[in-house]
Design a protein. Structure first.
Length: 114
């Protein structure tokens, strides 16, 4: 069964850091294109990080230099390291397989607030 399960969300103060994890099952995530999206209340879902099978990564300007996507191939797990968080980063974050049959995780809430 193809499945993605996110974890690691929570409440953090501005300037803080969080590391999200996404455990994949039913497929090998290093063989495909994986990404992290986020959706804030009242806003459209936004792509914040992509990693392709060769390891190259891509970020929009809104998070470039603050967010890092990576993967642990041995454990079939995807990560999103988020540093220097600001209130505008508050959203539900989703892990996704972007190639072939698109698969979404259930999401994990990130709240940046003092």
């Amino acid at each position: 069964q193809v499945q993605l399960v996110e974890s690691g969300g929570g409440v953090v103060q501005p300037g803080g850091s969080l590391r999200l994890s996404c455990a994949a099952s039913g497929f090998v995530l290093s063989n495909t294109i994986m990404g992290w999206y986020r959706q804030a209340p009242g806003k459209e879902r936004e792509l914040v990080a992509t990693i392709i099978s060769g390891g190259a990564t891509y970020y929009p300007d809104t998070v470039k230099g603050r967010f890092t996507i990576s993967r642990d191939n041995a454990n079939n797990t995807l990560f999103l390291q988020m540093n220097d968080l600001v209130p505008e980063d508050t959203a539900v974050y989703y892990c996704t397989r972007r190639a072939g049959v698109v698969v979404w995780g259930q999401g994990t809430q990130v709240t940046v607030s003092s």
